[in-house]
Design a protein around this ligand. Structure first.
Ligand SMILES: [Fe+2]
Ligand SMILES: [Fe+2]
Length: 290
């Protein structure tokens, strides 16, 4: 009754394969996003959630690998794991720079780790995978928003930061349906998928708010009117990013939903043209500057 098998093919020309990248972020300013603390720390907050989150995604899909019979899906899972592992490594480096700027990255990681261990202890394998599907939907809709309106999201950021965030966005798009297809393949229930999305929405909102507030508090701008005025405009104001992605978010709750019903594959190709020369790893890498 609850089990709806939704299947939409990945568009031709979209591969789930990792890119080997090199980003040198050593020169980023404290407020690298146009000098704005809130927007900078919104992205920094996401970055500090990624490495551990991505390890959770990988573990949740690995845990059910033995139930996947479809060889094409098995290949996609391998590509997904490789992409997420590289994302985690690159964001770890990014987060070390934040640590060097005086933020308590280790405390944030310990707190996140507590939640991860609680999730591992209390959720079944299917619930953990449904949680991964939910977060993957978040990353997919944020990625789509970013690629559709790059100036709104990152127009004020230096080129190396634009390259990193857009690289992550295209790979999130390429693998956006992999965990969802695995969840369907192993007989995941629709109701569980949606309950885990509700839980994930609450938890993700809490986690990102906590991380952003830590950064703002360290900078002593948490209680400044200007901080929240900019934050409101960036997130919820006219043209705000939450407004931009809200419909795509809600779409997930439909029983017939599949991530590739929104075919945004045409947005994936631009990265290589725009950033590839400089940020794809070469055999003899040259040092890069922003
Ligand atoms: Fe990722
Ligand atoms: Fe992902």
């Amino acid at each position: 009754m609850n089990h709806v098998k939704n299947q939409v093919e990945r568009p031709a020309g979209v591969d789930v394969k990792p890119r080997h990248v090199q980003f040198d972020l050593n020169d980023i300013d404290r407020y690298w996003h146009g000098g704005d603390p809130f927007i900078t720390h919104f992205f920094n907050g996401l970055s500090t959630l990624f490495p551990q989150g991505e390890r959770f995604f990988i573990d949740s899909v690995r845990a059910v690998m033995d139930q996947i019979d479809n060889p094409k899906l098995q290949e996609e899972v391998k590509g997904f794991i490789a992409q997420e592992a590289i994302h985690g490594n690159e964001h770890d480096k990014y987060n070390q720079l934040l640590k060097g700027q005086g933020y308590d990255i280790d405390m944030l990681a310990r707190h996140q780790d507590w939640w991860t261990r609680l999730g591992n202890k209390t959720m079944t394998k299917k619930q953990q995978l449904a949680t991964t599907c939910a977060v993957e939907h978040f990353t997919a809709i944020l990625a789509n928003g970013m690629m559709e309106e790059p100036d709104r999201w990152l127009g004020n950021a230096p080129k190396n930061m634009q390259a990193l965030w857009h690289w992550h966005a295209i790979e999130e798009t390429e693998h956006k349906a992999v965990c969802f297809d695995v969840y369907n393949e192993i007989g995941g229930w629709y109701i569980t998928r949606n309950l885990m999305m509700i839980q994930t929405t609450i938890h993700f909102s809490y986690m990102i708010a906590r991380h952003v507030c830590h950064f703002l508090a360290r900078d002593k701008v948490l209680w400044k009117w200007q901080t929240w005025k900019t934050g409101y405009h960036f997130l919820l104001g006219k043209g705000g990013i939450i407004r931009q992605v809200f419909r795509d978010y809600i779409d997930y709750y439909r029983s017939g939903f599949h991530p590739w019903q929104q075919d945004n594959s045409s947005l994936v190709g631009g990265w290589k043209k725009k950033f590839g020369d400089r940020y794809l790893r070469k055999k003899n890498p040259q040092p890069t500057t922003s």
